[in-house]
Design a protein around this ligand. Structure first.
Ligand code: SF4
Length: 353
């Protein structure tokens, strides 16, 4: 029986591609990639979305967290970034390369994806698709059932494993064809296509770019922190992260490392602040002023702030930081400062990324 590896995100397009291939009698094994940059837009997780789809389609799925290799690409992409910090071409090369290895490992004949020519500006251009396949070592082995008739015939079509006439000719950004096909396959509850990757979010992209500009050696823990709270740049090496809600305080505490300082109001409940970098007295006092400014104590002349560092607690008395100064330190993309975004997963999910 003809066998294919499907790149399955759990979104509509990859789901349709699998349906179509199954309807043509191809055995499909799915591969799902997650990274720390996946955005869970349905209150579940990227993994659970792909799992749900694979269960509904009765196909096996292999879940792979590729954060480590992906983070290296995000820092220095060979083919550059898209509109924000999304290195889509490098990212697809990485995924296709792994899909190729998996295909050989399980004895599959080719790879399928839900890509549609011209749907995404960076990685779904004809030229980019060619580069991706070539660099990933899977030239001619990637069948895109939704737009195959616009593409040169692939090896499985040429050798007669798949009938090209039964493949589709979707093209561009419109979704009408996909919606109609979803009706044919009686798919009702599918995720909105706008979910996906945090690197395409302008505000998150601004944060990560700012981080890379100061610390290109940053690690996974720094990336998790980027999803939480307000971020302030205290000096070239030092940042403060201030929780906006109780849930964010918990996450900040969860991601704190032994070398970080944690600051909080001594006499009231309020934001938790993590300081990472150069923990000088000057920076800790600045962060203490930020905690007071971000709390309900912001109108007081003097506020007591507890500082936890190296297992030792002490109290600093400070005035709330001037609002204009706090704004100066805030890492924020201009014009979007009023928007508060939710980027984090539940800690149990975040832990895996
Ligand atoms: S949007 Fe993100 S996950 Fe998707 S191809 Fe681009 S970098 Fe990769």
């Amino acid at each position: 029986m003809t066998k294919a590896v499907a790149l399955l995100s759990g979104g509509l397009d990859s789901t349709l591609a699998v349906h179509l291939m199954k309807s043509l009698g191809v055995e499909v094994v799915a591969l799902n990639f997650t990274t720390v940059f996946c955005r869970c837009n349905r209150g579940g997780s990227c993994k659970s979305e792909a799992k749900k789809v694979s269960e509904a389609l009765r196909i096996p799925v292999k879940m792979l967290n590729i954060t480590a290799s992906f983070l290296r690409l995000v820092k220095r992409p060979k083919y550059g970034y898209g509109k924000n910090m999304n290195p889509c071409i490098d990212c697809r090369i990485n995924m296709f390369r792994m899909a190729g290895e998996f295909m050989r490992e399980i004895g599959a004949d080719f790879i399928i994806t839900g890509e549609v020519l011209g749907q995404r500006p960076m990685s779904q251009r004809r030229e980019a698709m060619k580069i991706i396949e070539k660099e990933a070592g899977v030239e001619g082995l990637v069948l895109r059932p939704l737009c195959a008739r616009h593409m040169p015939p692939t090896i499985p079509e040429k050798v007669g494993l798949v009938d090209r006439q039964k493949l589709l000719d979707f093209k561009g950004r419109g979704r009408k064809g996909q919606m109609q096909l979803a009706d044919v396959f009686e798919l009702k509850d599918y995720p909105c296509p706008a979910g996906g990757c945090l690197l395409t979010d302008p505000m998150f992209a601004h944060r990560i770019k700012e981080l890379f500009n100061h610390d290109i050696g940053c690690e996974l823990g720094d990336i998790h922190l980027l999803k939480v709270g307000r971020h302030y740049r205290l000096d070239d090496r030092t940042k403060a992260v201030v929780g906006r809600r109780e849930e964010e305080n918990h996450l900040i505490e969860h991601y704190a490392q032994p070398t970080d300082a944690l600051l909080m109001l001594t006499d009231l409940t309020g934001p938790l602040c993590l300081v990472r970098g150069s923990l000088t007295e000057e920076n800790l006092r600045l962060a203490a002023g930020l905690v007071a400014r971000s709390s309900k104590a912001r109108t007081l002349f003097s506020v007591r702030i507890t500082v936890k560092l190296d297992g030792v607690e002490r109290v600093i008395e400070t005035a709330p930081l001037d609002a204009a100064r706090a704004q100066e330190l805030l890492i924020v993309k201009k014009k979007e400062s009023a928007i508060s975004r939710e980027w984090h997963c539940h800690p149990s999910e975040a832990e895996r990324g």
